[in-house]
Design a protein around this ligand. Structure first.
Ligand code: 2F8
Ligand code: CA
Length: 499
């Protein structure tokens, strides 16, 4: 019977009782043989049991030794592990503190960069305002100059007009004086004529009187003729003489009458002439008064213009002074602006240096990428990150640097194909900003393997210095040059130092 036996197993005792029962059941063995066989079987069983017990003890000892050894080994290992974990903890703490320091430093730099940007914007704004103010002043100065020129011109025109008016006034005064003289002459002539007329009238009256007297005499003579018929012949003669005389007198009377009528006519003409002269004199006086008034108005207007011209000149001079002051102020502001710009540029440079230093530190310590590895894709020995927002080429590069990386540098067809699979329109780390037409990667290396689109780079619109990776169907002709100020997604590349 084959049984596997184990140390201290209760089953083995059951099996030996079974053997003994088997022996008791045998009817073909004699009693002595039976006793002997039982004794021999009992000895063998005891021997086997002793052997087994020894073996068990040995096994137990071996197990105990192994256990003790393994406990000791475990303790030693625990010690090693705890010292290793202490080292790791210390290292992690150092790294964490350096991260904190770098984060603080980055935040400070970000803040100083933000402050400088704000300061720059304010300066730009104040510069723009000043420029606008200066342009307005220049414009107002120009307008005032034009106004002054117009006023000078109008002043000149008015002076010329005034001179012409003075001249015409003078001419009119002369004409008036001449008319006055001629009027005076005519009046004198008329007075003389009046006098002569008066004299003639008196003469005529005298003649009339004498005629009357003669008529009376003749009547007397007629009466005496009547009375003295005799004497009539004589008187006839004398009468004839007298008649002749009378006829002569009549003729002379007629002549005098004609002369008087002529004088009357001439007197009438002279009166009309005088009235006409009086009218013309009145008109001329009115005209002169009007001219005097207009001359007075013009003089007042000229004086007002002179005053306004004077005020404008003063205003212009004040504006000139304020313009001069503003120009000085602007120049001072320009200088201060220039100084601030220099200061800002210096700060920018120091900021840039700090960023570069930080980048170097970050490259030494790629914890940034390790922290955010889920957003990066691995290809070859590099990791790639595609942004989710759009920025200008410079800002995109800045962002890559802040991530401890830089814009992607494509050095092989495989890398080009890998980026193409992402099928995104992204900035890459290629630029010819330093020298037109000389394309360089962001690490300063020249361009050797090219994947330009057909017809590119074309410096379209004379200002395309940054390269973009286009999405679309083509795989090996995807690059285009674009103005760096355009805003696009971008792709960063980071190479982790081999561990
Ligand atoms: O927007 C600039 C971009 O304009 C065109 O592409 C849409 C030019 N392409 C051609 O003239 C063929 C690009 O070269 C240019 O960069
Ligand atoms: Ca182009």
């Amino acid at each position: 019977m084959k049984h596997s036996k184990k140390c201290g197993d209760s089953e083995s005792i059951a099996y030996s009782n079974f053997d003994m029962i088997e022996v008791n059941d045998s009817t073909y063995l004699d009693k002595a043989d039976q006793t002997q066989g039982i004794r021999a079987g009992g000895r063998r069983s005891r021997l086997a049991a002793v052997c087994l017990g020894l073996l068990c003890v040995l096994l137990l000892i071996t197990i105990i030794v192994i256990c003790v050894r393994s406990v000791r080994e475990k303790e030693a290992m625990d010690q090693t592990i705890s010292s290793l974990s202490e080292n790791c903890t210390a290292e992690r703490e150092t790294l964490l503190s350096s991260i904190t320091t770098l984060t603080e430093e980055r935040d400070q730099l970000k803040n100083s960069y933000k402050d400088l940007s704000e300061e720059k914007d304010q300066l730009k704004k104040s510069n723009k305002d000043l420029t606008e103010e200066r342009d307005q002043l220049t414009k107002s100065n120009k307008d005032l100059s034009e106004e002054r020129d117009q006023l000078t011109k109008s002043n000149k025109d008015l002076s010329e007009e005034r001179d012409q008016l003075t001249k015409s006034n003078k001419d009119l005064s002369e004409e008036r004086d001449q008319l006055k003289i001629s009027n005076k002459d005519l009046t004198e002539e008329r007075d003389q004529l009046k006098n002569s007329n008066k004299d003639l009238t008196e003469e005529r009256d005298q003649l009339k009187n004498s005629n009357k007297d003669l008529t009376e005499e003749r009547d007397q003579l007629k009466n005496s003729n009547k009375d003295l018929t005799e004497e009539r012949d004589q008187l006839k003669n004398s009468n004839k003489d007298l008649t002749e005389e009378r006829d002569q007198l009549k003729n002379s009377n007629k002549d005098l009458t004609e002369e008087r009528d002529q004088l009357k006519n001439s007197n009438k003409d002279l009166t009309e002439e005088r009235d006409q002269l009086k009218n013309s004199n009145k008109n001329l006086t009115e005209e002169r008064d009007q001219l005097k008034n207009s001359n007075k108005d013009l003089t007042e207007e000229r004086d007002q213009l002179k005053n306004s011209n004077k005020d404008l000149t003063e205003e212009r001079d004040q504006l000139k002074n304020s313009n001069k002051n503003l120009t000085e102020e602007r120049d001072q502001l320009k200088n201060s602006n220039k100084n601030l710009t220099e200061e800002r540029d210096q700060l920018k440079n120091s900021c840039q240096n700090l960023i570069e230093q930080k980048k170097k530190d970050q490259q030494k310590n790629p914890i940034h990428i390790l922290n955010d590895l889920a957003s990066w894709k691995k290809f070859g020995s590099s990791h790639y990150y595609i942004s989710t927002e759009a920025k200008t080429w410079d800002k995109a590069r800045q962002n890559c640097r802040e991530r401890g990386a830089d814009l992607v540098i494509i050095n092989s067809r495989e890398e080009q194909e890998f980026i193409k699979r992402e099928n995104k329109y992204v900035w890459i780390g290629l630029t010819d900003a330093e020298e037109e037409g000389v394309w360089k990667w962001v690490d300063g290396s020249p361009l050797t393997t090219r994947f330009w689109n057909t017809g590119e780079p074309n410096n379209y619109a004379k200002g395309e210095d940054c390269a973009v990776f286009k999405d679309g169907t083509s795989t090996l002709q995807t690059w285009n040059d674009l103005p760096c100020c355009y805003e696009n997604l971008w792709i960063c590349e980071a190479t982790l130092p081999s561990s």
